[in-house]
Design a binder for this molecule. Structure first.
Ligand SMILES: [Zn+2]
Ligand SMILES: [Zn+2]
Length: 269
């Protein structure tokens, strides 16, 4: 019987390669989530080490022990994602564990955060520790990340060390760093604003739905008084929402739902 051979198949689950040493060759890859890390001013690609899809510029700064909580260093389109992520982390003082308050998969008991990262991983769920690494140490692709505290729900970047890329960790400096303390303070304020804005949006959506339900209920009810019907009609007219005001030429009525639009899939970042 021939000796068993490791599978030569490339690909598979990208995270399987996280324990390997980082390659020293880079290729043009997905755009890094940090601004200023593209190949050129108008490029939509970044250089990434081909083994782990880690952005070369992020690796360089991680090796110097740089980490940052500044959401504004990210490209604009990733900032809400970052705030959404941090709003689910119990951010404490730098030397404490910051526990994950978000989704925990009921089957595997693994903490997870949804983020579509085409070109980096086919998985749409990521471990929050990896996401915390991306948002502080850098866009290091599927570089392994280990905790120094052993708490599998801890998302404190000071307790998370990217593996096999040779990071320089200087904990004393981190804990005394005024700049990092300021960044965490600002981040907390931005999270509070984000959470409030999201709550307001949610309330507005609910109110709109309730409004429409009440309106429909009233118009369909045979006991509704003429005055009420008249008022509903006039308000519809004034807001341009009456059925007679719909433009038959408006092709939007015949458009497919956006979900079916293959050319422009809804980007769920
Ligand atoms: Zn980068
Ligand atoms: Zn910890």
């Amino acid at each position: 019987m021939p000796e068993s051979q490791p599978s030569k198949k490339r690909g598979g689950h990208a995270y399987g390669r996280r324990n390997q040493q980082m390659s020293n060759t880079a290729e043009e890859g997905e755009l890094c989530i940090y601004s200023g890390h593209s190949l050129g001013r108008f490029s939509s690609h970044s250089m990434r080490y081909d083994s782990h899809q880690a952005c070369t510029r992020c690796v360089a700064s991680a090796r110097e022990g740089m980490l940052s909580f500044d959401v504004d260093r990210l490209l604009k389109k990733y900032r809400p994602k970052a705030l959404k992520f941090w709003s689910q982390v119990d951010i404490g003082s730098p030397d404490e564990c910051w526990n994950w308050n978000g989704v925990i998969n009921p089957r595997t008991k693994q903490a997870q955060f949804a983020w579509r990262r085409p070109g980096i991983s086919s998985s749409t769920q990521h471990h929050p520790q990896r996401v915390a690494m991306w948002l502080t140490w850098g866009d290091l692709g599927f570089t392994g990340v280990k905790t120094t505290c052993g708490n599998k729900y801890c998302c404190n970047p000071f307790h998370l060390i990217p593996q096999n890329i040779g990071v320089f960790v200087d904990n004393d400096t981190y804990l005394e760093s005024f700049e990092l303390a300021c960044q965490i303070h600002t981040l907390k304020q931005q999270i509070a604003e984000y959470v409030l804005e999201e709550a307001i949006k949610e309330e507005a959506k609910k109110a709109e739905k309730l409004d429409a339900e009440l309106r429909n209920g009233m118009l369909l009810n045979p006991d509704t008084q003429f005055g009420d019907r008249f008022e509903a009609l006039v308000t519809d007219f004034l807001s341009g929402a009456h059925i007679s005001q719909l433009n038959p030429d408006d092709s939007s009525m015949f458009k497919l739902p956006t979900d079916n639009d293959a050319e422009n899939p809804t980007d769920n970042i």
